[in-house]
Design a protein around this ligand. Structure first.
Ligand SMILES: *Cc1c(COP(=O)(O)O)cnc(C)c1O
Length: 426
């Protein structure tokens, strides 16, 4: 494949935009080479500026459950745009989307719309702190909750309980309120809670993790967290920015059969436009301004175009719940196909899958947390990524990201993908 025009556009972009991109993972740093620039997309396929076509396995990092330029969403946005794009004054469509989301998602009475997953998580933690009157939160290594300060924390060397900032610009003061635990390690969480008794406002996690590859929570871990939170007066925060409306109409809460206290959304809920949201029982949401004292606001929050895309998307999901069975079946087919090819080729690997989320790890131990995910052979991942890209398959350009299938992908596309795995040089 030729990437000449993409390459030229990237060079130009770098002159005016730091690193040439508006979100770091797009820059291909983890896989080497230069990003492709997209001209347009339809259904399962991306077309880049050099007119190469790709089967898309990221679906804009999750939102596009039915594929690109999906007519119901597209038409809703076009029609809405003709009536004005933003007012900063209430509109009926905000209530319609809220009503539908509340109907689809278990255990929530009210929802507040924001503009991104980052905002949703940041605001949810503020609400949890305001509600409990406590400062500290527990997060898990490898879970991503957007780029707000409290979440850019990793265990520094020697740091056992306190996290340390993993980005310049995050203060020690912020870092000390974020305690770090390991995914699937309930005993570790219990120790942290015991050592900080009465001080923890929230435990926040991706209920099925997708930002260290796809990692499935063990039953005793996730149920244990629920029990622990209830016992200790801690709020359990499910970051469903990735899993919401993707694993089931009711997200991971429904798929895992667990009620969280505050749930955060993004990605699918905006149908490809910038929307985030957080939701909870009325009693918790009553603490939010203007009903309560916990402040949160947004000039473009509840934007009519974004709401119309979200409403069209959720309406489609609500009316076509079979999309989840279809997506899961396709993802399983892909899993089995890649597994059989890699096994035949004698290449050590692990594949994790839940619903329409899947990741391939080039290592020989089960991948259950950040540490085991980090053991993957990254040189092999790079070869795999570029090998597939050159054959017209766009995977997430990082070993730490889950793939997101969209239902426009056909079995023929899946076969083509599996064949590409067979042919790529590893
Ligand atoms: C994408 C993502 C976010 C951040 O959402 P943005 O819209 O990129 O700010 C937060 N949490 C999870 C689990 C995500 O996957």
């Amino acid at each position: 494949m030729r990437y000449q025009r993409s390459s030229a556009l990237f060079t130009e972009a770098k002159k005016y935009i730091p690193g040439g991109v508006n979100s770091p993972v797009r820059a291909f740093k983890a896989v080497g080479g230069e990003p492709i620039f997209i001209k347009h997309a339809k259904g399962a396929y991306l077309t880049d500026e050099d007119d190469n076509e790709y089967i898309d396995y990221i679906a804009s990092w999750g939102p596009l459950l039915f594929g690109h330029a999906y007519a119901p969403v597209l038409n809703a946005v076009i029609e809405k745009a003709k009536k004005g794009t933003s007012f900063g004054i209430p509109t009926e469509i905000e209530t319609k989307l809220a009503q539908l989301a509340v109907k689809m998602v278990p255990n929530i009475d009210k929802i507040r719309f924001v503009n991104s997953g980052t905002e949703a998580c940041m605001s949810a933690v503020r609400l949890a702190r305001g509600y409990t009157g406590r400062d500290k939160i527990i997060k898990f290594a490898g879970c991503y909750h957007g780029h707000s300060d409290s979440f850019l924390i990793q265990a520094g060397s020697g740091a056992v309980t306190f996290g340390s900032p993993n980005s310049p610009g995050v203060t020690q003061g912020t870092a000390k309120d974020t305690l770090l635990a390991n995914y699937n390690d309930l005993a570790g969480v219990k120790q942290l809670v015991a050592a900080n008794k009465g001080e923890i406002a929230a435990i926040i996690l991706e209920p099925v993790a997708g930002n260290m590859g796809c990692i499935i929570p063990k039953d005793d871990f996730i149920h244990g967290l629920r029990e622990l939170c209830t016992q200790e007066g801690i709020l359990l925060l499910f970051d469903e920015v990735m899993t919401g409306f993707r694993l089931a109409a009711g997200g991971a809460q429904e798929a895992l059969g667990i009620d969280a206290d505050i749930v955060m959304f993004g990605k699918v809920i905006g149908g490809g436009l910038p929307v985030g949201a957080f939701a909870a029982r009325a009693e918790i949401m009553a603490h939010l301004a203007p009903e309560g004292p916990v402040y949160q606001a947004g000039t473009l929050s509840g934007n009519p175009l974004a709401m119309s895309a979200g409403l069209a998307m959720l309406t489609e999901i609500d009316e076509k719940p079979e999309v989840f069975t279809s997506l899961a079946a396709k993802t399983e087919y892909l899993h089995k196909g890649i597994e059989s090819v890699l096994t035949k080729r004698g290449i050590t690997h692990q594949i994790n899958r839940f619903g329409s989320m899947i990741s391939v790890h080039f290592c020989d131990q089960p991948v259950t947390d950040f540490a085991s995910s980090a053991l993957g052979n990254n040189d092999r991942f790079k070869a795999y990524f570029h090998g597939l890209l050159d054959q017209g398959v766009y995977l997430p350009p990082s070993a730490f990201e889950s793939y997101f299938l969209n239902d426009a992908i056909s079995y023929q596309d899946l076969d083509k993908t599996i064949e590409a795995v067979e042919k790529c040089k590893l």
